[in-house]
Ligand binder design. Structure first.
Ligand code: G1P
Length: 290
């Protein structure tokens, strides 16, 4: 059973400056909900009960968001705002949430290695804090990965097909299709030049690892962008362990870049019962003025 998850949320969010000067990009709202809350909900709905967040400077808002706020609860109670009260309590009661501070920003691989003592000798899920994965099936994407892990007995990465010109933004897998959206991995490469990319199957911000990933992370030196790359550790791991890719049923919303952030907000606003119709009318009117 996989009950632990790690959520790295320590990056500077330079693509979102000046907004991220004093607040974390993981708190960017999707209509009315911070991105990282949606990520935590995905983990919890996948059976995770224990979450470690790897955070850095200017991330206090994340801690406070998952803590209780008694004054606010009292205020909502007195005003009879039961629905909001329930929503607010739900956030702090969802899971056991722990924090560890990444001392220097040395890349995703380095951030994940901070989870070693917390995770111990258990398999765990890794969910990137700036990516929302909307599932098209009954099961959240992390759960889909856990199923592949249980069935095939090896670490798993979520894959999404991307246009060839975008492969240089992501980790890319080279592997063999073994059916049902599952690939047996031959190799990985971090942000390749489109001309030499082995495929257009890109990592989508969700992973399930056996704990020996930490042994490979220790051996990993600096790679692309002079950072310790998780992909490099996965690459070494794939040489001696069976590893799998899972083309999940769903869609990635990469909230870490501005255009996708705006698109994601429109996408979820259109699913919001009170906002859908007024937003459609507004957008129609707006387009007429262009
Ligand atoms: C990281 C990973 C990359 C992955 C991406 C997914 O890159 O290094 O392999 O495809 O997340 O969102 P970053 O977006 O942090 O540059």
């Amino acid at each position: 059973m996989i009950r632990k998850a790690v959520i790295p949320a320590a990056g500077f969010g330079t693509r979102f400056l000046p907004l991220t000067k004093a607040q974390p990009k993981e708190m960017l709202p999707i209509v009315d909900t911070p991105t990282i809350q949606m990520v935590v909900e995905e983990a919890v709905d996948s059976g995770i009960t224990d979450i470690l967040m790897v955070i850095g400077k200017s991330k206090r808002a994340i801690e406070e968001h998952f803590d209780r706020n008694f004054e606010l609860e009292q205020e909502l109670e007195q005003k009879g705002k039961e629905d909001l009260l329930r929503q607010i309590r739900h956030i702090s009661g969802m899971a056991n949430i722990h924090f560890v501070w990444q001392k220097e920003l040395n890349g995703l691989g380095d951030a994940v290695s901070y989870a070693r003592s917390h995770v111990g000798n258990e398999p765990f899920a890794l969910l990137l804090g700036d990516t929302i994965l909307e599932s098209y099936s009954d099961e959240p994407v992390t759960r889909q990965l856990i199923n592949v892990f249980n069935q095939h007995g090896g670490s798993v990465v979520a894959l999404e097909e991307v246009p060839q010109e975008k492969v240089s933004r992501y980790g890319i897998m080279d592997g063999e299709d073994v059916g049902d959206g599952v690939y047996r991995v031959r190799d990985f490469v971090e942000k390749p030049d489109p001309a030499v990319a082995p495929s257009n199957l890109a990592f989508a911000g969700r992973y399930v690892f056996s704990p020996d990933i930490f042994d490979f992370l220790i051996q990993t030196g600096r790679g692309k962008n002079n950072e310790i790359q998780l992909t490099d550790a996965m690459r070494t791991m794939a040489q001696s362990r069976p590893m799998f890719g899972c083309r999940f049923s769903g869609k990635r919303h990469d909230v870490g870049n501005k255009f996708d952030f705006v698109k994601t907000n429109i996408h979820y606003a259109l699913k919001h019962p009170e906002m859908k119709d007024p937003l459609i009318s507004y957008l129609k009117e707006l387009v007429k003025t262009l």
